[in-house]
Design a binder for this molecule. Structure first.
Ligand SMILES: [Zn+2]
Length: 312
């Protein structure tokens, strides 16, 4: 399939480079990478998806924007221009600052016209997350619940969100009644080839269910067991918070199942004394865990999401 390269202007000082496959007919899908500048998994996976689409027969139109937040990517930091979190600014403002204009440009040119939005994130430098697909629990894709589509992806963890915090790309899609999904994995500032493979395969699976590509074949089926968690609105600024300053030593790993009250880790002060024990407030799966060692009160230690009792 021939790729058409294009450029969106987010203002006189910034262009967003995308690649589009298909002739404009539906289903129309948008794939974003690099909304956060320290999450290179999504950027590399978006490029890989574009490579795969070049040899995949299409039924719809797929637009891939691998570098959604060039200022943040250039700095290698989660936030971009003016320390703004692009994932809190959607649908943006054409008269605002650079990050607000980026959000507005992506919202109007790529989200509002689409039938499915896939936003590729990861845990970034400071956190760890298990490989997962998050999605709008109430949305459908291909005439079936979006959960069914998520189950076709190779992710071992699926996070069904009944609601979504405002400001994210997927929040804008959700407000417009569109199906949406985002991927997470990795973290700690290091990349794993396996995670990028999961992303690329996961995107193509969702494109297949959406009817945007011909059925695609991969080496393996989805994992035998996929853990489905619920609860939370995907806001990574909330969760179990630190109450003390110091260095964090974890007792669990991202993806672990914990009981209510179980120790997640401890904060030690500079004299080696245990200043705080961090515990899970409820039972569930550790979907996000602090990696970067030096912590401050009010920062997020972990997000624990309840496991869906109905899950197979
Ligand atoms: Zn992110």
């Amino acid at each position: 399939m021939t790729a058409v390269r294009g450029r969106l202007q987010a203002g006189p000082d910034l262009d967003l480079d995308f690649v589009r496959f298909g002739d404009g007919g539906g289903p129309v899908v948008t794939v974003l990478g690099g909304v956060h500048g320290d999450e290179m998994e999504g950027v590399l996976a978006a490029y890989r998806v574009a490579d795969l689409l070049a040899s995949t027969p299409l039924r719809g139109t797929v637009t891939v924007l691998p570098r959604a937040n060039p200022p943040a990517l250039a700095a290698g930091t989660r936030h971009g221009d003016g320390d703004a979190n692009l994932a809190r600014l959607f649908p943006g403002d054409p008269g605002g600052g650079l990050s607000e204009r980026i959000a507005h440009t992506i919202a109007t040119a790529l989200i509002e016209p689409c039938d499915l939005l896939i936003d590729l994130h990861s845990a970034g430098r400071r956190y760890r997350m298990p490989p997962m697909c998050g999605f709008g629990a109430g949305r459908t894709l291909g005439g079936r619940p979006l959960l069914d589509a998520a189950r076709t992806t190779p992710f071992p963890y699926l996070w069904a969100h009944a609601s979504v915090a405002p400001g994210r790309s997927v929040s804008h899609a959700d407000a417009l009644g569109k199906p949406w999904a985002y991927f997470e994995s990795g973290g700690g500032g290091a990349l794993r080839e396996a995670d990028i493979d999961l992303y690329a395969q996961g995107v193509l699976r969702l494109l297949e269910v959406a009817g945007a590509v011909e059925p695609v074949s991969f080496a393996g089926p989805p994992p035998a067991r996929q853990v489905v968690v619920t609860g939370g609105d995907g806001n990574t600024d909330t969760g179990v918070l630190f109450g003390a300053a110091g260095v964090f030593v974890s007792s669990v790993a991202a993806g672990d199942t914990v009981a209510a009250g179980q120790t997640i880790g401890a904060v030690y002060d500079d004299a080696g004394r245990r200043a705080e024990v961090v515990r899970a407030e409820a039972s569930g799966v550790v979907m996000m865990l602090r990696h970067d060692l030096r912590v401050m009160p009010g920062e997020v230690a972990a997000i624990v999401a309840g496991e869906d009792g109905r899950a197979a």
